[in-house]
Design a protein around this ligand. Structure first.
Ligand SMILES: NC(=O)c1ccc[n+]([C@@H]2O[C@H](COP(=O)([O-])OP(=O)(O)OC[C@H]3O[C@@H](n4cnc5c(N)ncnc54)[C@H](O)[C@@H]3O)[C@@H](O)[C@H]2O)c1
Ligand SMILES: O=C(O)C(=O)C[C@@H](O)[C@H](O)[C@H](O)COP(=O)(O)O
Length: 530
């Protein structure tokens, strides 16, 4: 809208992002050789809109930078089409949604606006009623800037236009988005919506500073926040901890109009999702993953659960979140070893579907292995990691969308997990999940080679890639008998039949392997012991 600060904020964004800036009105005045009010006076609005639409079409084609449009421009149908094409090509169209009173006041102060001739405030309000729904429709980024300085608004715009979003949909899934980027957590209130009253913020102690931020955002959004700190890592994924949280929800009077927000690594988001799935048979929840592994895998797809004496993740439910906000700012506090662990699931997704992931991992192995949260934000590595998160989540979403309840295709996401979960259990969860999965992928590759599905070169490639990332490729813990017993309890097993997922030929081609010969299962195990 007029007075929203498009030029001022646009210039700030351009400055922050070191991009050129152009203002449609300034460019039109240059082109027609006169001021816009004079042009309106002489030729009328329709002629002006024509010039404007042509100029905008040219800029959308050729200009790489931040381009500020006049408030009336998106009302022209040809400009709406041009903006839709621009978005289809990956562009961002930002609706800068300012406080109406502030915008009106600014618009009047400037003067020289032909659209506000007469009673300026009444004209502004009328235009707002006409334009607001159109702006919402044509923009793919909606930035609310109430009570923000131009610098704050610019920072918010920059964060939001550099975000990546993966949309999740499919049979029996209420569609939701996985938003990846610095500041993604700012969407919390938008995702929870205005029907929710109370929010239980479930998190662990090591991510306190991130849950503090979530709490502030929730309170600003008008929610009543109940802070629930759970034991860290796998110690939080137990029935006793779940019981403690259920009691707390009962004491606080949580009903079906309330919600859960999970902040933390995969263990915390698995537990938070499980609580949401079970409390009153299901309430709304949003995940804010803070570890790489939780961002690329655990927070999305709706597998929620806890561990029991019988094994890892054996109790749980498929229960889809309302949204996932993977705020890369949180990675600044992530220790190096936990970051590297997350690369285990990233590599897994490369093997199973997206070979570009493997290429990126190879190219950036040294930087990834040396990850340091303190220097991560704003570094070149942040862009690489954001792309890896987006690609890995996309692989996950392909499988989840096609098969939420894991009847077939989704099982491919379990590459490396049949042995991986057994290792975790036998190591009493002192081994991190992603590390166990890395060894599990080498095991699955060895098994596939035993049975002639892949060649030695691909097995060697597994070892070379995973170790270049700092991931383990062998395990010398429990006995084969112990491992075998646990692999029989894997959720892919049927009756007494072991089932695995393995590669067939090359990365990107997964198959189910049912009841493989016992000698091959054991020989592959021998080969991961060094
Ligand atoms: N539901 C699923 O689809 C799915 C998928 C993959 C893994 N998982 C589960 O996820 C868990 C593994 O997740 P994980 O690797 O995140 O482990 P985790 O949750 O145990 O987190 C590892 C450690 O990192 C800390 N941490 C997390 N983010 C941090 C941050 N930004 N700064 C500082 N410390 C931080 C945690 O508090 C914890 O101490 C396992 O339980 C696994 O079974 C679930
Ligand atoms: O989402 C899935 O499906 C997966 O299998 C993803 C795995 O990477 C993840 O570790 C999951 O938690 C494993 O689930 P489980 O059913 O084998 O416990």
């Amino acid at each position: 809208m007029m007075g929203a600060g498009k030029t001022r904020v646009g210039k700030e964004v351009a400055h922050l992002m070191r991009l050129p800036f152009a203002d449609a009105d300034v460019e039109i005045e240059r082109e027609v050789g006169m001021k816009i009010p004079a042009y309106f006076e002489r030729y009328g609005e329709p002629a002006f809109r024509e010039v404007e639409a042509d100029l905008i079409a040219d800029y959308l084609e050729d200009f790489d930078g931040i381009f500020s449009l006049g408030g009336g421009a998106p009302m022209t149908p040809s400009t709406q089409d041009a903006l839709a094409d621009y978005i289809a090509d990956g562009g961002r169209v930002v609706y800068l949604d300012a406080d109406p009173h502030e915008a009106m006041e600014r618009a009047n102060r400037g003067g020289g606006r032909p659209m506000l001739n007469g009673d300026a405030n009444a004209r502004w309000k009328k235009l707002y009623r006409q334009r607001d729904p159109v702006f919402r429709e044509v923009a793919n980024v909606h930035v609310r800037t109430r009570r923000q300085t131009p610098q704050m608004a610019a920072r918010k715009v920059m964060d939001m236009i550099t975000e990546r979003t993966v949309h999740v949909t499919g049979a029996a899934i209420d569609p939701y988005d996985v938003v990846i980027g610095e500041g993604a957590m700012n969407h919390l209130a938008d995702v929870l919506g205005d029907k929710v009253a109370k929010v239980a913020l479930i998190h662990t102690q090591p991510v306190q500073r991130h849950s503090d931020r979530a709490r502030t955002l929730l309170r600003q959004g008008g929610y009543d926040v109940v802070d629930i700190v759970v034991p860290d890592a796998e110690a939080g994924k137990t029935v006793d901890v779940a019981d403690g949280v259920w009691r707390r929800l009962g004491d606080e009077g949580f009903t079906r109009s309330d919600a859960i927000v999970g902040v933390g690594g995969g263990a915390a988001t698995d537990l938070a999702g499980f609580i949401a799935a079970t409390w009153m048979r299901g309430i709304r929840y949003v995940n804010c993953p803070t570890s790489l592994l939780a961002m690329v895998d655990a927070s999305t797809g709706g597998k929620t659960g806890i561990n029991t004496a019988a094994g890892k993740n054996l109790v749980g439910s498929f229960y889809t979140p309302a949204g996932v906000l993977a705020d890369t700012k949180t990675l600044a506090s992530l220790p190096n070893d936990i970051f590297i662990e997350g690369l285990g699931e990233v590599a897994k997704s490369g093997f199973l579907e997206d070979t570009e992931i493997l290429r990126i991992l190879e190219e950036h192995a040294d930087e990834l292995r040396a990850f340091d949260g303190a220097s991560f934000l704003g570094s070149g590595l942040e862009e690489v990691v954001s792309e890896l998160i987006e690609r890995t989540v996309t692989v996950k979403v392909h499988h989840v969308s096609a098969d939420l309840k894991e009847k077939g295709k989704r099982e491919f996401l379990n590459y490396g997990h049949t042995l991986g979960h057994a290792i975790e259990k036998l190591e009493h969860f002192r081994w991190r999940h992603g590390n166990a999965v890395a060894v599990g992928c080498v095991y699955a590759a060895e098994l596939a080679r035993q049975l002639g599905y892949i060649d030695q070169e691909l097995v060697d490639y597994h070892r070379a890639l995973l170790s270049s990332l700092g991931l383990p490729i062998s395990w010398n813990g429990g006995s084969f008998e112990d491992v075998l017993a646990l692999m029989h309890k894997d959720k892919k097993a049927r009756g007494n039949m072991l089932r695995f997922v393995v590669l067939d030929g090359t990365p990107g081609h997964m198959i189910h392997l049912e009841d493989p010969p016992a000698e091959a299962v054991e020989e592959a195990f021998r080969r991961i012991r060094h």
